[in-house]
Design a protein around this ligand. Structure first.
Ligand SMILES: [Zn+2]
Length: 156
């Protein structure tokens, strides 16, 4: 089966970020995608599974809607993975932008030095950049915290 891609409604922005952390092509609804009809059409057009907690979404031909029961994002993450029988691959963790899910590109520290916060400049780590929104990423405590959470969920 082809790997699913995701579009999460605005209530599930955190879930979308976590799916992207795990390496899935997951994005959250944009500011102009508040309306259900607009959101569903975007998901259908882009071939994405629509993630929502809204049970009133009408069925749309050619669109898969996953209505989540869980409230906490950790439980939602486990719910999505179980529903679609997905097994995240640790080799792909943190390879996508958590905002727009584009694949991150490796950059040299010398080239991005001026954009880094003072304390990060000294880090001996990989730096990556999102080609879409230009956001910079580096390994740091947020990565360790994320890996700890995934391990807790049995996904690390
Ligand atoms: Zn991005």
């Amino acid at each position: 089966m082809e790997e699913p891609r995701f579009l999460a409604d605005r209530m599930l922005a955190k879930l979308a970020r976590w799916l992207a952390f795990l390496g899935y092509d997951a994005r959250r609804a944009a500011d102009d995608e508040v309306d259900d009809a607009v959101l569903m059409e975007a998901a259908r057009r882009e071939g994405r599974v629509l993630l929502t907690r809204d049970r009133r979404m009408p069925p749309v031909k050619g669109l898969t809607v996953l209505v989540l029961r869980e409230e906490a994002f950790e439980a939602q993450l486990a719910e999505v993975l179980a529903a679609l029988k997905l097994k995240p691959d640790p080799a792909r963790f943190f390879t996508r932008c958590s905002l727009c899910a584009a694949r991150l590109e490796e950059v040299r520290r010398e080239d991005v030095l001026s954009e880094l916060p003072e304390k990060v400049r000294a880090y001996d780590t990989r730096f990556t950049r999102c080609p879409a929104c230009r956001r910079l990423y580096w390994s740091g405590t947020h990565v360790e915290r994320a890996l700890a959470l995934l391990a807790k969920l049995g996904l690390g």
